[in-house]
Design a binder for this molecule. Structure first.
Ligand SMILES: NC(=O)c1ccc[n+]([C@@H]2O[C@H](COP(=O)([O-])OP(=O)(O)OC[C@H]3O[C@@H](n4cnc5c(N)ncnc54)[C@H](O)[C@@H]3O)[C@@H](O)[C@H]2O)c1
Length: 320
């Protein structure tokens, strides 16, 4: 059994809790959560789990795997602490809260030689598998343009209202949403380059961005447009779209795949029947067992962070 600890039972940690508990190779032995009320609520539900409010105290016990589901600015210190103890790590995205932190995390993971994975659920999506296959087998012809639209009526979204997500220090939809799609583009279309971003911020310097208009390029120069906006009279709309000379492929609101041509409007299509049923936890378990697996590593997360920081308008350093 893989003795596992979770750190952070927030909106996303809670979502993963039962997935860890139900995996046959995982023994969820401990949870660290700073919020005492949450600890009290979960303690009675999970009598077999030890609860902590201090992760260092928890990690005095031996663990094989730790999941880090805390806000972005705490990923770095906790991940380094765990990896130095030789513990395999699953970290939430974005990998870090700065390029420097991400570089240190990728280097520390390499040095520790532990399995290091980031939670990018789109990498396990059947719709994304299908989009990738169809783009690769020429169904939309030569790719002319890629578009990422992140439109939110309100930011933060109602399901994720917490102290940090609307703040400039570590929140905002650029940090929260775009890493998923940067990773998706790296996986499906290759590395991105030449980021130019114009970010709109409110006057209050504590608050996150309200808009971004950015362009990037794929390796062959194909343009990628990024259009992010919040606080608009429109329902939430997150769109990732490939425009090809023969047709289009779109991922709409994360999970719906659409295909269109000049002759037929973009319509929902079903994932390919051979799309594999995979998920982050099962793939991480495979990696720990030394089997072939699909995980997004800290090295991959560093590449995402490089583009993310440029989208936020923070310098132009490019990985080489
Ligand atoms: N992969 C995804 O699809 C996805 C979706 C949403 C959020 N996220 C990411 O997950 C992370 C957490 O986001 P969230 O929305 O769950 O945040 P949240 O604020 O709801 O939850 C974070 C939890 O961590 C706890 N915490 C903070 N510091 C701690 C510490 N040192 N020790 C123990 N507990 C601590 C807080 O009390 C809180 O309960 C962020 O990095 C976010 O970007 C990922």
């Amino acid at each position: 059994m893989i003795k596992t600890a979770m750190i952070g039972l927030g909106a996303i940690g809670e979502r993963l809790l039962d997935k860890f508990r139900s995996h046959e190779d995982i023994q969820l032995a401990a949870i660290c959560e700073q919020n005492e009320e949450k600890v009290a609520a979960f303690r009675s539900r999970l009598p077999e789990v030890s609860f902590y409010t201090d992760y260092k105290e928890m990690l005095n016990e031996p663990f094989d795997l730790v999941y880090i589901g805390v806000p972005p600015k705490f990923h770095h210190d906790i991940a380094l602490y765990a990896m130095e103890k030789g513990i395999h790590v699953i970290c939430e995205k974005p990998l870090a809260n700065s390029l420097e932190e991400a570089e240190e995390m990728a280097a520390a993971a390499k040095k520790a030689g532990v399995v290091n994975a980031i939670n990018f659920p789109l990498m396990y999506s059947k719709a994304v598998y299908t989009l990738k296959e169809k783009a690769a087998n020429g169904e939309i012809g030569e790719l002319k343009r890629v578009e990422l639209k992140i439109h939110h009526a309100k930011w933060p979204r109602p399901w994720q209202e917490n102290a940090w997500i609307g703040g400039r220090e570590q929140g905002g939809f650029i940090r929260e949403i775009s890493p998923h799609y940067i990773q998706l583009m790296h996986d499906v279309l290759g590395e991105l380059k030449n980021v130019e971003a114009n970010v709109q911020y409110p006057e209050d310097e504590a608050l996150c961005e309200t808009g971004v208009i950015a362009s990037m390029e794929l390796a062959d120069g194909t343009p990628v447009l990024v259009d992010g906006l919040s606080g608009i009279g429109q329902e939430d709309h997150v769109l990732f779209k490939l425009y090809g000379e023969k047709g289009t492929l779109s991922l709409v609101n994360w999970g719906t795949l659409e295909q269109g041509t000049a002759a037929s409007p973009s319509e929902e299509i079903q994932p390919l029947t051979d799309a594999p049923s995979v998920d982050l936890i099962s793939e991480t378990v495979k990696a720990i067992k030394g089997q072939d697996s699909k995980i997004v590593t800290f090295e991959d997360g560093l590449r995402v962070q490089e583009i993310l920081e440029q989208l936020l308008g923070k310098g132009t350093k490019v990985h080489n």
